[in-house]
Write a protein that binds this ligand. Structure first.
Ligand code: ZN
Length: 245
């Protein structure tokens, strides 16, 4: 029997409440657009959390009961408390999966986990994005075509200042000519981190069936596998060591 995966979808939830163009696309917030799809999937238990809640909705007990955390942030990265970032960081090293979406590339937690600036090029022209699968063998590519297109998106371009990903699943091409490593897997401690590029707040990207499928696949890939808990430090030998002095 498959184990239930407990998912928390975190969103700063600001522009949906302050900018009409964003509210029109995501009237209940980006977190709800993602959560409403995930809730329909068997084997997932889904909750949401937002910046304005106490401890940003990410109290110790919430994170302890989270197998995979999804993160969308943009204009308020600096409003996220360092204590919460530290807590999420620790949980990732312990094995919690983390999926960072779009402008989350500049979030404190992603930069902390990468150790680099995570800077990139960008342009808001609502241009076409073609997302190519470059690892068809990868669980995150399950059920996808060779490529899929998003009619209108913000452009992100290389160079993207991240460490070389442990696995690269997608590369995006943009109508204006740039390319971007748009689906990147990283192993950190016992945790798995997936960065996925699409998801600008003024475009209906999180209703796109391919984008939704990628997020679902990533949740399954990033969920902890329940391996042995490591022990560290000085240890006694399992057998007597012959010839020990
Ligand atoms: Zn954006």
């Amino acid at each position: 029997m498959q184990r239930t995966i407990r998912v928390t979808v975190w969103n700063e939830f600001i522009q949906e409440r302050t900018e009409e163009a964003v509210a029109k696309v995501y009237p209940r917030g980006i977190h709800e657009a993602i959560a409403e799809y995930l809730r329909q999937q068997p084997g997932l238990v889904v909750r949401t959390a937002t910046l304005d809640q106490p401890e940003h909705g990410l109290a110790e007990d919430v994170l302890r009961e989270t197998d995979v955390l999804i993160w969308w942030g943009h204009v308020a990265h600096d409003k996220v408390s360092d204590a919460v970032v530290e807590r999420v960081y620790r949980r990732v090293l312990e094995g919690m999966g983390l999926i960072v979406l779009h402008s989350g590339h500049y979030s404190k937690i992603f930069r902390r986990l990468m150790g680099t600036s995570c800077s990139l090029k960008w342009r808001e022209a609502g241009e076409r994005e073609r997302v190519w699968v470059v690892a068809p063998w990868h669980p995150i590519a399950e059920g996808l075509p060779e490529y899929f297109e998003i009619e209108h998106e913000e452009m992100y371009g290389e160079y993207f200042d991240i460490p070389p990903p442990d696995e690269l699943v997608f590369i995006s091409w943009f109508e204006g000519g740039e390319v971007f490593r748009s689906g990147c897997c990283f192993y950190r401690g016992r945790g798995r981190v997936f960065y996925f590029r699409p998801g600008h707040e003024t475009h209906p990207t999180f209703y796109n069936p391919h984008v939704r499928r990628v997020i679902l696949n990533a949740v399954k890939w990033a969920a902890p596998v329940g391996g042995p808990a490591p022990r560290y430090g000085n240890v006694k030998p399992l057998e007597p060591i012959r010839g020990a002095r």
